[in-house]
Design a protein around this ligand. Structure first.
Ligand SMILES: [Zn+2]
Length: 296
């Protein structure tokens, strides 16, 4: 399985910042040690591709560092030229993984899943929306039409929902923590709202119920999976109570259900904010291992 990495393009963060920037290098190093996984460096998404998703105004102001203070606060990350480069690479990684998935059945971005980015604004650690940029670019290239987005990050993918709201050929499925960010929701096509403290059995039962329905209704030629690590019981922002084993079961359920329907899959990692960063890395590497195992 090809996996695309962008951790080499780092950016400055204040000490103690809650964004787990260090996890990406650790996940990439772990993935390089796995049999059957080939890690490649992601290219930057070009500006033309990003303009398929974002307004000229947003792109120009991000490029030139002209964000307002309130926009930087909503983003949750301080602007820097390096952040812009990193965000382009993260989007490029999803585009490259999506292309590889169409050819090989499965591929991965060792990051990405930036689902809070809207057309005119970035939010919640998301500067550009990687999945929407990738799917629109693949359509322009004539490679696909219908897509399914399976969003298993605990936070609702409000930006992705808004961007795909009028798109009859894109179907969004998400399992969200009900009492969690974002507090102003944008409806998706099929959503499950989970109460605080939801555990493995309930989560897996809900996913097993809605995923086949989403596959059927989407008639997708490609699925994007946001395999967030933040439903984990030890996550600082998640509020759910899945175990590491439960998350492995989740990934295997997604892999096997999509494989049975012969839908190629592009996996992204999305969020993960465990108290100990090693827990997030372990969960992310479990995702890499699970999806790469479908190759053999
Ligand atoms: Zn999240």
């Amino acid at each position: 399985m090809l996996a695309f990495a962008h951790d080499g393009f780092t950016y400055p963060l204040p000490e103690g910042h809650r964004f787990p920037l260090a996890k990406y290098r650790l996940v990439r190093e772990g993935a390089e040690r796995l049999d059957g996984v080939e890690v490649e460096k992601a290219e930057a998404a070009d500006w033309l591709a990003l303009r398929r998703t974002h307004s000229d105004d947003w792109i120009d102001r991000v490029r030139e560092g002209r964000l307002e203070r309130r926009e930087e606060l909503a983003l949750g990350l301080p602007w820097s030229p390096e952040l812009v480069e990193r965000s382009r690479r993260a989007t490029g990684a999803t585009l490259m993984a999506a292309r590889a998935a169409l050819e090989e059945g499965i591929a991965m971005n060792l990051g990405g899943g930036t689902h809070h980015a809207f057309a005119h604004a970035g939010r919640g650690f998301c500067v550009f929306n990687d999945v929407v940029t990738a799917l629109r670019t693949l359509r322009v290239e004539g490679r696909l039409r219908r897509v399914l987005v399976v969003d298993l990050d605990v936070h609702q993918g409000d930006g992705t929902h808004a961007l795909l709201a009028g798109d009859a050929d894109a179907f969004t499925l998400s399992l969200n923590g009900f009492r969690n960010y974002p507090f102003r929701r944008v409806p998706g096509d099929l959503e499950v709202e989970l109460p605080d403290g939801t555990r493995d059995a309930e989560y897996l039962a809900q996913l097993g119920r809605v995923l086949p329905e989403a596959i059927r209704r989407s008639r997708a030629e490609l699925a994007f999976v946001l395999a967030g690590a933040d439903p984990y019981e030890g996550d600082r922002l998640g509020r759910l109570a899945l175990t590491k084993h439960g998350l492995l079961d989740r990934d295997a359920l997604v892999r096997d259900t999509l494989a049975a329907a012969a839908v190629p899959v592009c996996v992204t990692l999305a969020g993960g904010y465990a108290e100990d960063i090693r827990d997030t890395v372990e969960i992310n590497l479990g995702t890499v291992r699970t999806f790469s195992a479908s190759q053999s």
